[in-house]
Structure formats: structure tokens, C-alpha cells
Design a protein around this ligand. Structure first.
Ligand code: UDP
Length: 253
């Protein structure tokens, strides 16, 4: 399937449905064509604008799905209707498919008790899921090579990395050189939710695209991150859409 993308403040975002995103990844895994999936949100874009390494990683990613409702809104301002694809849901669906296909998976990230509970719960939920390797996300740079060696030994086809952005994307980029046939996805705080450590927003909030409001209410420490990035992102997205409209109007005249 060919990729169709649209730029949001200079970063490509893939335009596809949730199911198409799952098929895209599973198809690549089947063909042993590794990939890096980025689940993009406004905070990441603002972070990338200040961090060249992170910015290049996003620009070179193989699939960039709109995780945040802010990205969906920015696309809407450009007249594009795109569903939100939360990384946490995409990751779960990919695990389901891997379990069905017999593809081994690895999980890296979060605190020790969180990853332990996550693995236990996933094994209970997906009886055939082969979790070939897992470990917590608190390790030094010196330890990274050891972890990459473990991944090479255990040969996962899908690796979920939950270290928060941009740490997880930078770590994934390092891994990819050594495991070119595997799919990698950065999943942020997903294991905290799967382990039951953090409560997921009720469906109403998710459907309305207000999951971030609920998460901020539950984890007020996130407020600092959001108020620094979200208003600026929205302001830029509006300016961008106005510029776009003017550009199209000029072209038509
Ligand atoms: N984390 C980690 N190692 C680190 C820093 C963070 O494993 O060095 C984990 C942390 O325990 C949490 C996740 O990364 O599970 C980051 O969650 P956050 O909510 O910040 O990510 P978001 O969903 O906002 O991207």
C-alpha cells in the first residue's frame, strides 16, 4: 500500500484509517521490511522544532500516525478529515495480530513493576503471544548495547518501546541499524495504562478527542508540558491553514 501523507507544520503525517495502519505494519513485518512507527502529537512537534536529531528521526520515519487530537485538528483546519490513531490502541492491535501470526514481540520501557505487570496481563489476554524479551526502561547509555544484543538474540518482529519522547525514538533509531527486519513503535506511557498504574480516559473523553484533558487531570504534572506546547502548536496550525488557503486562492486566480 502506497503512503499518502500531509504536512502538519513541516512534518508528514500518514493519512489512513486505523485498520489500514495495522495492515500496513503487519504487511511490512511479513515481508521482513523493518520500520519505525512514530505516533505523533503536538508536544512532539514542538520538541522536534528544538531538537534536530529528533526532528530528523520523525522526518525519516516509515509511518507517522496522528496520535494526538491536536494533529487531527490541524489536518481538519487544512480541510482533511483524518481519524485519530492513538498509539496505545495501535500497539494493542499489533500485538493481537502478532499473536495470531506467531510473530515474537519485545517490550522495553517503564518501571520494573509496571513492565512485569504489563507482561503478565498481556500473556493472560493473548494466550498465544510470544513475548521473547522484555525489560524496564531505566538503563544507562552503556547498557544500550547489551539490550540491543538481547534483541538480536531473541529476534522479535515487533518491538514496543515506552521511554517517552524523544528518548524512545532515539533509542529505536539505534536499534534499527542492528535489527533491520523488525518493526519498532514508541508508545510513551502505554505500559502504565496496561498495567493499571494509570487509568485510561473513559470512552466519552476518547471519542471527543479529549483524552489529553483527562490525562492532565489525572497527572497534573503533565500540565507544564501541555501549556508550553499546545497553545503555540494550535496558533501555528491556524496560521498555516490560513496561509494554505491564501496560497490556493492565489493559484486559482
Ligand atoms: N520511562 C522510562 N525510562 C525513562 C523515562 C521514562 O521507561 O528513562 C517511561 C516512564 O516510566 C513512562 C513512559 O516512559 O512509563 C513515559 O510516559 P509519558 O507519559 O511521559 O509518555 P507519553 O505518553 O506522554 O509520551
Amino acid at each position: 500500500m502506497a503512503r499518502k501523507t500531509e504536512k502538519v507544520l513541516g512534518y508528514d503525517v500518514d493519512l489512513m484509517t486505523f485498520d489500514e495502519a495495522v495492515s500496513f505494519v503487519i504487511d511490512k513485518i511479513g515481508k521482513e521490511e523493518g520500520l519505525q512507527i512514530v505516533t505523533i502529537n503536538p508536544e512532539m512537534i514542538e520538541l522536534a522544532n528544538k531538537n534536530k536529531v529528533f526532528s530528523n528521526i520523525i522526518k525519516n520515519a516509515d509511518l507517522i500516525v496522528p496520535d494526538g487530537s491536536g494533529i487531527k485538528l490541524a489536518l481538519k483546519l487544512k480541510g482533511i478529515k483524518q481519524e485519530q490513531i492513538p498509539g496505545i490502541d495501535l500497539a494493542k492491535e499489533l500485538l493481537d495480530s502478532c499473536s495470531f501470526m506467531g510473530y515474537p514481540v519485545a517490550l522495553i520501557g517503564a518501571r520494573e513493576h509496571v513492565i512485569e505487570t504489563t507482561v503478565k496481563r498481556l500473556r493472560a489476554e493473548f494466550k498465544n503471544l510470544d513475548i521473547c524479551y522484555y525489560r524496564n526502561g531505566y538503563f544507562t547509555i552503556q547498557k544500550e548495547n547489551e539490550i540491543i544484543e538481547k534483541l538480536k538474540e531473541t529476534e522479535p518482529k515487533l518491538v514496543l518501546v515506552a521511554l517517552g519522547a524523544p528518548k524512545q525514538e532515539i533509542f529505536i533509531q539505534k536499534c534499527r541499524k542492528e535489527l533491520p527486519a523488525a518493526a519498532f513503535i514508541g508508545v510513551g506511557g502505554t505500559f502504565d495504562v496496561w498495567s493499571g498504574e494509570v487509568e485510561r480516559a473513559p470512552e466519552f473523553f476518547r471519542v471527543m478527542g479529549w483524552e489529553w484533558i483527562y490525562r492532565t487531570y489525572k497527572q497534573p504534572s503533565r500540565l507544564k508540558r501541555i501549556y508550553k506546547t499546545l497553545p503555540l502548536f494550535l496558533f501555528k496550525a491556524i496560521i498555516d491553514s490560513v496561509k494554505n488557503k491564501n496560497h490556493s486562492a492565489l493559484k486559482e486566480n
